[in-house]
Ligand binder design. Structure first.
Ligand code: SF4
Length: 80
C-alpha cells in the first residue's frame, strides 16, 4: 500500500521518539534535528514523502505518529 507521511518540523520538539520507532523514515538531518528521510518541503516546514509499505511498515509509521508528543507526524493511507 502507499502511505503519505507528513512531518511538521516547526512543531517538532526533537524528542527522537520517532527515530527509535521508525528509523526507516526519521533520522537526524544535516542540522542535527530530526528530519523525515527523503522528505520534500511542501509548505512552511511541513515535509512530505510517499512510500510503498506492507502491514509491518505501516505499523512502524503508526507507532511513530502515535508516540509523537506534539502531533508533528501525520500519515494517510492511499487506497489503491
Ligand atoms: S516524535 Fe515528534 S517531536 Fe519527537 S522527534 Fe519525532 S516528530 Fe519530533
Amino acid at each position: 500500500m502507499k502511505v503519505k507521511i507528513y512531518h511538521d518540523r516547526q512543531a517538532c520538539i526533537d524528542c527522537k521518539s520517532c527515530t527509535m520507532l521508525a528509523p526507516t523514515h526519521f533520522g537526524d538531518g544535516e542540522d542535527g534535528k530530526v528530519t523525515l528521510i527523503g522528505g520534500k518541503e511542501e509548505k512552511d516546514l511541513v515535509f512530505v514523502k510517499e512510500v510503498e509499505v506492507d502491514e509491518e511498515g505501516l505499523e512502524e509509521i503508526k507507532s511513530a505518529a502515535e508516540s509523537c508528543p506534539v502531533g508533528a507526524i501525520k500519515y494517510e493511507v492511499e487506497k489503491s
